[in-house]
Design a protein around this ligand. Structure first.
Ligand code: FRU
Length: 480
């Protein structure tokens, strides 16, 4: 197992390749339009950018098993964020400076080049070390590692070996590298920053000081920092580990937060005006936003944090969320699924004024949109024996997947998510794709991501509410 765990795809045997092929062709539980690994395990999205007139996306990939092992960067391209073409591993950890995996990182598009930054993960007798590395993506989709790697060797003084996930932003004539890190003194999570004038030579500047009037969260490690501008606001996103549950927030093993405010690169401060959990469901982690976006700011995330999922039996685990367009409205970050504006759906529309509205589903990949919805509503997705429900009652939201529990009995994070809102629901958009649901309320003001693993049987949607008002319901089956 150990030998297999740190093996690169270059060393796959003929029989492993045959097995890979079988897994790749198995469709059970596999989403149709969410990105899944052909075989093995997927986790964070990486190197997301627009370059050479295409969207490029990579993800953390362990090809040999459905557990966390030697991480490669799988490469995909797309012209519409809807159809993705897979190109195989483009950063394969073959060098000493990345001996235990090419970990996460972001892209920077500059001077007609796409620079890919990543962490060379090292495990040794004394524990863990990390090198920050660079690779170049060119117009032919070739990725070449920088010959003078690593660009940052090891970690700065005062931090443990948990320093990773470089994300580069440009400000004035300087480049800044944000990294997730852990302080050595008290093992607490932090974001640290390096600075460069030329993208190749980096100098350690210090910690990003998160300034917040209220109590701010703590954790033992902050992963995958990201920084961008959305509608005139600086937005800082990161994935803290070890954050305690707080009211209806942070009930997952690992969670994601966003902060709206103002970055000051000279003083290394981020003044927080508002912060919150980014997704209110069960399965959302390590999001990354697109570098060099041609239009709106777009984010994509790993729909998960687990590896012990039922699709394991078919040789693959995990998927990414849909790409989501970001906006800031009234000091809140909104997310809208990007790809569903496409025409490639068959639309079925209903005007409904019954208070109980059942729909027999033809398939489990669909988009359900409800406009003029009642304030109180219950939507359930059911088979003969099981149901999963999403309900809103008096501004309290419940997402209940208890009957689809895929966790061991001692799972401590529960199968119900609850959130109290301070606004009325007007519209609901639910994207379902075989084994993932993404639920968007009021144009993405609140979003719930939820994996579920149904049996291969008939499914019904049932929409019910108290009153007989007219509600617009659109159901679009995915045909691609
Ligand atoms: C987040 C993460 C990153 C790391 C990568 C390894 O899920 O732990 O911090 O770079 O996954 O696959």
């Amino acid at each position: 197992m150990q030998e297999q765990k740190y093996k690169t795809i270059n060393l796959a045997t003929a029989s492993e390749k045959i097995k890979f092929n079988e897994i790749e062709n198995s469709s059970e539980l596999r989403p149709l339009f969410h990105i899944t690994p052909p075989h093995g395990l997927l986790n964070d999205p990486n190197g997301f950018c627009f370059f050479n007139n295409q969207f490029h996306l990579f993800y953390q990939w362990f090809p040999f098993g459905t557990y966390h092992g030697m991480k490669h960067w799988m490469h995909l391209t797309s012209s519409d964020l809807l159809n993705w073409q897979e190109h195989g591993s483009k950063i394969t950890p073959t060098e000493n400076y990345e001996s235990h995996g090419a970990y996460s990182g972001g892209a920077l598009v500059e001077n007609n080049n796409a620079y890919l930054f990543y962490t060379g993960n090292i495990k040794n007798e004394s524990g863990r070390d990390a090198n920050q590395c660079l690779a170049l993506l060119d117009e032919t989709n070739t990725v070449t590692k920088y010959s003078a790697n690593p660009i940052v060797k090891s970690v700065p003084q005062g931090y443990t070996g948990h320093v990773r996930d470089p994300k580069i932003v440009k400000h004035n004539d300087n480049y800044y590298m944000l990294l997730g890190a852990q302080r050595e003194a008290d093992l607490s999570g932090v974001i640290i920053i390096y600075q460069s004038k030329d993208i190749l030579n980096w100098e350690f500047k210090g910690e990003l000081n998160l300034q917040c009037d209220d109590a701010f969260l703590t954790g033992y490690m902050f992963e995958c920092p990201d920084l961008l501008r959305v509608d005139g606001h600086d937005v800082l996103i990161f994935s803290p580990q070890g954050t305690e549950a707080d009211g209806s927030r942070f009930h997952n093993r690992f969670n994601v937060i966003y902060c709206l405010g103002t970055i000051n690169f000279e003083q290394l401060t981020f003044k927080i005006e508002h912060w919150d959990e980014l997704d209110r469901g069960f399965d959302f982690y390590a999001p990354q936003t697109m570098a060099n976006t041609p239009n709106e700011q777009t984010l994509i995330a790993w729909a998960g944090t687990d590896e012990d999922l039922p699709s394991r039996q078919f040789g693959w685990v995990n998927c990414l969320t849909l790409p989501r367009t970001l906006s800031v409205i009234n000091h809140r970050l909104y997310q809208q699924p990007k790809i569903l504006e496409s025409d490639s759906f068959n639309k079925i529309s209903f005007k409904n004024n019954n208070n109980n509205f059942p729909i027999n589903l033809e398939q489990l990949s669909f988009l359900l949109e409800i406009e003029n919805t009642d304030k109180n509503i219950n939507i359930s997705l059911s088979t003969k024996n099981k149901h999963l429900t999403f309900s809103i009652l008096d501004r309290e939201i419940y997402l209940d997947r208890s009957q689809y529990n895929h966790h061991p009995d001692d799972w401590q994070y529960g199968n119900i998510r609850h959130h109290k809102i301070d606004y009325d629901i007007e519209n609901i958009k639910i994207v379902c794709d075989q084994s993932i649901l993404e639920i968007y309320l009021n144009h993405g003001r609140d979003v719930f991501t939820c994996l579920f693993f149904p049996e291969n049987e008939e499914h019904k949607l049932n929409i019910s509410r108290e009153e007989d008002t007219e509600m617009d319901i659109k159901l679009n089956y995915l045909t691609i």
